[in-house]
Ligand binder design. Structure first.
Ligand code: ATP
Ligand code: MG
Ligand code: FE
Length: 341
């Protein structure tokens, strides 16, 4: 089987073709970073229009790269949320139009499920259940992934997401947008022990996350004038890594029968994060799986792959499916904690 995947939930427009046995036949991506850079963050109206302009040319380019026609595709998967609603609507409506035109089923994919299953595209031997640390621009969660569509959220952030903390730190340090890769670059030239920074919630009995206090501490360190940008970036990264490792260790302690420790989402592209989690997995005798860097940040292949996983189970959607700005992977946990986290 061959699945076409469309992604448009944030500031990357992407289309990819993936086979049911996990081969990436083509993947195309257009980032809107340059268009949003003057504003220091994603502007929803600019994003929606840019998605509308970029998406179909990317679909055509992906088909051409794979040497396929739309008729060769078995199903069309499109991100249906969560994300900026204008962009999500562009991708979902395009997916519906292509599905109708080609007479193929539509699969509405949860963007977070795209991230959550991407490690299984990277490593076909990865079996359920695995412990997933999902660290992205909008989320920081520990999930027990029990199957396609079966997620138990063990922890979430009580304030900022990990990627958000990287982005805000970059902004405070004048490192530009998007922040994560810039902070990583600066951190390589800094001393991770130079600046004393807090490790919020480390040692607490529930594996939740918090990064707001760390952000304020970064601001104070900057304003003190005592530290270089590089030292602050390195010390900030170390603090985030320590929080992620401590909280993940607790979740592993509280969970049984896992096949692997897995990390996904944009922050999983950070080398210090990957190395620390790999060390944690090794200390537990667990395999560690992290997708290649291009598969960590937003892309079309992870949406096509989540579509392939759902298609295999017969999980397709009707044309009446709506775009959703919010769409938790584990609605039970979401309800239990109340809105906002
Ligand atoms: P979500 O998936 O939660 O809806 P999103 O799609 O915007 O949010 P992703 O594309 O998965 O998020 O990840 C983007 C985030 O990852 C940004 O916050 C970015 O700063 C961060 N990021 C990307 N590369 C790195 C890196 N090398 N180091 C740290 N953070 C990074
Ligand atoms: Mg992005
Ligand atoms: Fe994402």
């Amino acid at each position: 089987t061959i699945i076409l995947g469309l992604e448009s939930s944030c500031d990357e427009t992407a289309a990819a073709l993936v086979s049911g046995d996990g081969r990436v036949l083509a993947h195309r991506l257009a980032t809107q970073e340059a268009q949003h850079r003057p504003y220091g963050g994603v502007v929803p109206e600019i994003a929606a229009r840019a998605h509308a302009e970029a998406l179909m040319p990317l679909v055509d380019a992906a088909l051409e790269e794979a040497g396929l026609a739309l008729a060769d595709v078995d199903a069309i998967a499109a991100t249906a949320g969560p994300g900026l609603i204008g962009g999500v609507m562009v991708g979902l409506v395009t997916g519906k139009a292509l599905a109708l035109a080609a007479g193929k089923p539509l699969i509405a994919v949860n963007h977070l499920e795209g991230h959550a299953l991407s490690p299984r595209l990277a490593d076909q031997s990865l079996q359920f259940p695995y412990m997933l640390l999902l660290v992205s621009g909008g989320h920081c969660q520990l999930l027990r992934v029990e199957g396609v569509g079966r997620y138990r959220r063990l922890a979430t952030t009580i304030d900022d997401a990990a990627g958000e903390a990287f982005d805000k730190t970059a902004k405070m340090l004048g490192l530009g947008y998007p922040g994560g890769p810039e902070v990583e670059k600066a951190a390589l030239r800094g001393d991770p022990k130079a600046v004393p920074l807090p490790r919020p919630l480390v040692g607490s009995g529930e594996p939740h996350f918090s990064f707001a206090g760390l952000k304020s501490a970064v601001l104070r360190a900057r304003d003190s004038g005592k530290y270089s940008v590089e030292d602050i970036a390195a010390s900030f990264t170390q603090a985030v890594v320590d929080c992620l490792v401590d909280r993940t260790r607790l979740a592993l302690d509280q969970s049984e029968g896992l096949t692997a420790l897995v990390v996904a989402g944009g922050v999983a592209a950070n080398r210090a994060v990957r190395e620390a989690l790999s060390g944690l997995a090794e200390s537990r005798g667990l395999p560690f799986v992290a997708p290649p860097l291009w598969l960590c940040t937003d892309n079309g292949a992870m949406i096509a792959w989540a579509g392939a996983e759902r298609f295999r189970l017969g999980l397709t959607d009707g044309m009446d499916i709506a775009a959703r700005p919010r769409w938790p992977l584990d609605p039970t946990a979401e309800r239990a904690r109340g809105a906002g986290v």
